[in-house]
Ligand binder design. Structure first.
Ligand SMILES: *Cc1c(COP(=O)(O)O)cnc(C)c1O
Length: 495
C-alpha cells in the first residue's frame, strides 16, 4: 500500500517512508491511497481474538512493506510486555442503557496517547532499518502536557533513537511536570522552557528547519523526526481500538454482528476521531461519528456551518488537551470528502494560514454531515457531568471524557437516536485530580496533587493507577529550565 500527500497526490511513498518522514516535503499529510476492506466475515473471525491478534490483522494491510514477523514483534513490544495495566489493553465499561466507555488510558502514562505512542517508536525502528542508512533518529517534541510524557515513555531506551521534550515551565499541571521530570531512560532529555506552549512549539519548528543544526546533526549521522499526531504512524494504531471495541461488544452480546453503533470522541487535533472515520470507511458498522468539543468549539461550529474559523478567543479549560484552535488532522478528512482534489486542499490550507478561516462548498458540508455530528459543552456542564456520572453510575471520569459524555447525551436527546454508542475515554481521572475532586463538590485549598488524589480515592473508592502513585518515590532527574533563545543549546546538551 502506498501513501499520497494531501497537497500533492503525485508524492507517493511507502508506509515505512511515511512513518519516518512524518510530513510530506510540500507540507501535506500522508494518507493511504486506498483503504482495505473490513467485511463482516473478517470481523467475525476477529471476535474471539485478543487485542494483539486483531491489531496484527488490521496493521498487515496498511504496513505492506513490513513482514508479518516485524509487525508481530512491534505489537508485542508495544502492548504485550506488561506495558498496559489491563490485559484487554482497551477495555469497555458500560455507562447506563446504551453507552459504553472505551478506556484508552491503561498505558504507562494514563492518557490515550499511549495507545499510539507505545507502537510508533517500534514502527520507526523497523522503518529506519529498512531505509538502511544506519542513522540515529532525534525526536523533538513540544508538549502542552500529555504528548510529551507519552512520547518519552514510548521512545525511552529504544535503540537508534534519542528524544528531547520541551514543555512550558508554567503551562503544565504539577503532576504532568513530575511525570516528565522523573522520566527514566538513557536516551531521553527533558527541558522546561521559560515561555508558553506556543514558544516551545515555535522553537521546535525553528530547530527542525535550521540549516546549521541540520548540518551539524548530519555530520554526526543523525536526523530529526517528529512524533506529533500528523504522523500516519500515530493514527494507524488508533484505528485498531475502534474495531476491537466493536468485536468486544459482539462478543459480550451487547450488539449483534453487523448492527451499527455510534462513536463519540472528545476532540482536539482531530486525530482520534479521524481514526474512527477510517474504521467506518473500511466497513466497520458505524452510523454517526459524534465530535465533542469543549468551550473552544471551532470544530463543532465547522460541522454545523461549513466554516472553519480560528479567529476567536482561546479559553484555557479543565480539558487542556482539547484546547486547540487549529486541528491539523482535519486536512485529511477534507481530502477524502473533496474527492482527493489536492489543489483545493492546498487552497483551503493557505486560506487558513493567511486569514485564519475557510468555508467548504455546500455539497462537501452535506457529505460531512452524513458522517459527523458535533456538539460542545462548557466548564460548568463538564463539572456537572463528572458529578452526575459518579452519582448515577459510581464511575469516575476525567474532564475530557466528561465533555464527550455530555455531548453524547445532548446528541441523543436532540435526535432521539438511541443507537448503542462507544464513548472514547481518553485519560485517567487521576491525571486531573484537582478538577475531578472539585467537580464532586469537595474543598481543596492548599493541598498538593498527591493529597488531592488521596482524598479522591477516599471519596470515590476508585484506586489511583500505580503509574501515577509511584511517581512520589521516583528521583527527579530533570530540573533545568531554558530561555526560548537557549533551545538550540538545550538540544546540544541533550545530545
Ligand atoms: C490528546 C487528547 C485528546 C484529543 O485527541 P485528538 O486526537 O487531538 O483529537 C483528548 N483527551 C485527552 C486526554 C488527550 O490527551
Amino acid at each position: 500500500m502506498q501513501y499520497q500527500s494531501t497537497r500533492d497526490k503525485k508524492q507517493k511513498v511507502s508506509a515505512s517512508r511515511a512513518i519516518l518522514q512524518g510530513i510530506s516535503a510540500e507540507g501535506g499529510l500522508f494518507v493511504p491511497e486506498k483503504l482495505p476492506e473490513l467485511s463482516i466475515q473478517r470481523l467475525e473471525r476477529m471476535i474471539d481474538q485478543d487485542y494483539i491478534r486483531r491489531a496484527q490483522d488490521i496493521l498487515g494491510d496498511f504496513l505492506s512493506d513490513f513482514s508479518r514477523e516485524e509487525i508481530a514483534s512491534c505489537l508485542q513490544n508495544a502492548y504485550g510486555s506488561g506495558n498496559f495495566a489491563s490485559s484487554k489493553i482497551a477495555p469497555l465499561s458500560r455507562l447506563g442503557k446504551d453507552a459504553y466507555l472505551l478506556e484508552l488510558w491503561h498505558g504507562p502514562t494514563c492518557a490515550f496517547k499511549d495507545m499510539a505512542l507505545q507502537l510508533l517508536p517500534q514502527l520507526m525502528v523497523v522503518s529506519a532499518k529498512k531505509s538502511g542508512k544506519g542513522e540515529e533518529t532525534v525526536i523533538l517534541v513540544a508538549t502542552s502536557g500529555d504528548t510529551g510524557k507519552a512520547a518519552l515513555e514510548g521512545f525511552r531506551d529504544v535503540p537508534g533513537i534519542r528524544i528531547v521534550v520541551f514543555y512550558p515551565e508554567e503551562g503544565v499541571s504539577p503532576l504532568q511536570k513530575l511525570q516528565m521530570a522523573t522520566q527514566e531512560g538513557e536516551n531521553v532529555f527533558v527541558a522546561a522552557i521559560q515561555g508558553n506552549f506556543d514558544d516551545a512549539q515555535t522553537g521546535v519548528k525553528r530547530l527542525f528547519s535550521d540549516r546549521e543544526t541540520i548540518e551539524k546533526l548530519r555530520a554526526q549521522n543523525r536526523v530529526f523526526s517528529s512524533a506529533n499526531s500528523i504522523n500516519w504512524g500515530r493514527l494507524l494504531p488508533q484505528i485498531v481500538y475502534y474495531v476491537s471495541a466493536y468485536c468486544d461488544l459482539v462478543q459480550e452480546e451487547q450488539i449483534a454482528l453487523g448492527e451499527p453503533i455510534n462513536v463519540c470522541v472528545p476532540t482536539g487535533n482531530f486525530g482520534n476521531i479521524l481514526a474512527a472515520y477510517y474504521a467506518k470507511r473500511m466497513g466497520l458498522p458505524i452510523r454517526k461519528l459524534i465530535c465533542a468539543s469543549n468551550r473552544n468549539n471551532v470544530l463543532s461550529d465547522f460541522i454545523r456551518t461549513g466554516t472553519y474559523d480560528r479567529n476567536r478567543p482561546f479559553y484555557a479549560t479543565s480539558s487542556p488537551s482539547m484546547d486547540i484552535l487549529v486541528s491539523s488532522n482535519l486536512e485529511r478528512l477534507l481530502f477524502h470528502l473533496m474527492d482527493e482534489e489536492d489543489e483545493r486542499i492546498k487552497d483551503l490550507m493557505s486560506q487558513l494560514t493567511d486569514k485564519g478561516r475557510y468555508t467548504v462548498a455546500p455539497d462537501v458540508l452535506a457529505r460531512l454531515q452524513v458522517d459527523f455530528a458535533g456538539g460542545f459543552c462548557d466548564e460548568a456542564q463538564t463539572a456537572d457531568t463528572i458529578r452526575r456520572v459518579f452519582e448515577n453510575y459510581s464511575y469516575l471520569c476525567d474532564p475530557h471524557t466528561a465533555v464527550a459524555v455530555s455531548v453524547y447525551e445532548q446528541y441523543r436527546d436532540q435526535n432521539g437516536d438511541d443507537t448503542k454508542t462507544v464513548i472514547a475515554s481518553t485519560a485517567s481521572p487521576y491525571k486531573f485530580p484537582h478538577s475531578v475532586l472539585s467537580a464532586l463538590g469537595e474543598e481543596l485549598s492548599g493541598q498538593d496533587a498527591f493529597e488531592i488524589a488521596q482524598k479522591l480515592e477516599q471519596v470515590s473508592q476508585c484506586p489511583m493507577p500505580g503509574q501515577l502513585s509511584g511517581l512520589r518515590n521516583k528521583p527527579i532527574r530533570f530540573t533545568e529550565s531554558f530561555s526560548k533563545e537557549q533551545m538550540g543549546y538545550a538540544l546540544e546538551r541533550a545530545l
